[in-house]
Design a protein around this ligand. Structure first.
Ligand SMILES: [Zn+2]
Length: 478
């Protein structure tokens, strides 16, 4: 790769020193990162009892102590709830290129002491792991962003573009999502050419051995719909063919049988192409066969059996809630269901609502969009679809180069997030967003939102080193 030759020797020397001291466990940067990680874990940021403002204030103090000016470090909180503060910090560059924005959420999912073997809000190092709520999702990433900015500041590093960091509230629960709130209220502070989100992507390992590095380069769109059938009801001893529950149930059966069409995009095509190299013969063949024009239908059908591949190839809609009737001895007057859809990029929520009406094929079933505030709308908003994400060559080559140094031989695999993260908001706001993290998690040790959440000590430090190198490549080479 050409970029490698451009890497300044000074940086290469720093790497060597860092590796040496890492082996001795005495690296001051690692100690700093560990302290920050501990402080974040031990600052409760749950919806019920915590405060992201407390965590944001603590990080602001650390950045100011490291030399960031008052003006470049802000804790911004919504009037509605001062507990839901967000940190925005800026490391100034030469301005040769537009800024990049780093995002991470500070809030964590609830955790109860009695469910855990350790106190979830105490940072505990045990058997080569750090334990605590947020060690995987995602105070590890927050601590790494903050430490790396402090490291850059200490070195007097001047990137060729501003690096902005936003650590935010309410990604997991709560109604004041910090990324959304900053976009609405302080867009100027976080405006950037593109965004890196440490909440998705990452290094997949098998018992600590690297398997691949995944980068999230696209996201499905989340949408809830309410299905409702109304009926005048009556006495259950005198049933009629016109029954609210049967109308709804028959419609849901038609939905169950329906498949949204197969589609691919630049990101999912790259995903299947790269994944094929890591799969057994039949699956590998199928992954390549669906990339042909026209795609191989039998291969699609076989891959559909795996929920992850299925969700990567199609928009999905599934019934998630059901509620009907008001008495055991009465004909139902109301029957309702909620259908949750995950929509492929390039389509909008109203298009899918109309598709549901068509598939349910019963004028008695009203289909309404449920907006994020829980309001029912007869039609979904038809915001223009977010720009189609492409795999930016500058990011992909910086990632490939850094990953190759850190985890030689492990392929970089682009992925479309089938769930949802804050990345969808920044992408929709015109700032293409990539989920990238250098923290490795064993594929069978995924514990976020669960009990005894933990991350390998060495994985955390490797993620720290990865972040430093990766950001330097992104901000120092033209
Ligand atoms: Zn998260």
């Amino acid at each position: 790769m050409k970029l490698r030759a451009l890497l300044p020797l000074a940086i290469a020397a720093t790497f060597a020193i860092s590796f040496l001291s890492q082996a001795q466990g005495a690296d001051p940067i690692q100690r700093l990162a560990r302290d920050i990680f501990q402080q974040l874990i031990e600052t409760n940021t749950t919806e019920s009892a915590g405060s992201t403002t407390a965590a944001a204030d603590a990080m602001a103090r650390r950045l100011r102590d490291a030399g960031f000016s008052e003006n470049d470090v802000k804790v911004l909180k919504p009037d509605e709830d001062p507990r839901k503060g967000n940190l925005v910090a800026r490391l100034h560059g030469s301005g040769a290129r537009r800024p990049i924005l780093l995002i991470g959420h500070l809030d964590v999912v609830e955790a109860r002491r009695e469910d855990w073997s350790t106190d979830p809000f105490r940072f505990i190092e045990k058997d080569g792991y750090f334990y605590g709520r947020g060690t995987q999702d995602m105070k590890d990433g927050d601590a790494i962003w903050v430490t790396t900015l402090i490291r850059f500041m200490r070195e007097g590093y001047r990137p060729d573009r501003d690096i902005i960091l936003a650590l935010t509230a309410d990604e997991e629960t709560g109604k004041l999502d910090g990324v959304d709130w900053l976009l609405r209220n302080h867009r100027d502070l976080i405006d950037a050419e593109y965004v890196l989100n440490a909440d998705s992507g990452g290094v997949v390992t098998d018992k600590g051995k690297p398997v691949n590095i995944s980068v999230e380069a696209s996201e499905k769109i989340y949408a809830d719909y309410q299905l409702e059938v109304k009926n005048s009801g009556g006495h259950s001893s005198l049933p009629t063919p016109d029954n609210a529950i049967y109308h709804l149930a028959d419609g849901l059966a038609r939905l169950e049988a329906y498949q949204f069409p197969f589609e691919s995009n630049e990101v999912t095509r790259a995903y299947f192409r790269e994944m094929a190299a890591t799969q057994s013969a039949q699956t590998a063949q199928d992954m390549l066969a669906i990339l042909k024009t026209p795609p191989d239908q039998a291969a699609i059908a076989r891959l559909d059996a795996d929920p992850k591949y299925h969700a990567t190839m199609r928009t999905t809609c599934v019934a998630t809630r059901l509620d009907a009737g008001h008495a055991n001895n009465a004909l139902p007057q109301t029957a309702r269901a909620v259908v949750n859809c995950r929509i492929l990029p390039g389509h909008n929520r109203e298009e899918v609502r109309r598709k549901l009406v068509e598939v349910l094929a019963d004028p008695k079933i009203a289909v309404r969009y449920i907006d994020p505030a829980g309001q029912l709308l007869d039609a979904a908003p038809t915001e223009p679809p977010p720009p189609k994400l492409t795999l930016r060559p500058d990011i992909m080559s910086a990632l490939a180069k850094t990953a190759q140094e850190m985890w030689p031989g492990a392929p970089v695999i682009p992925e479309m997030e089938t769930g949802a993260s804050d990345g969808i908001l920044t992408t929709a706001a015109g700032m293409p967003t990539y989920g990238i993290s250098g923290v490795a998690i064993d594929f069978d040790d995924i514990r976020f939102h669960g009990r005894d959440e933990r991350v390998r000590v060495q994985s955390f430090y490797d993620g720290l080193e990865f972040c430093y190198r990766f950001l330097k490549v992104l901000t120092s080479e033209q």
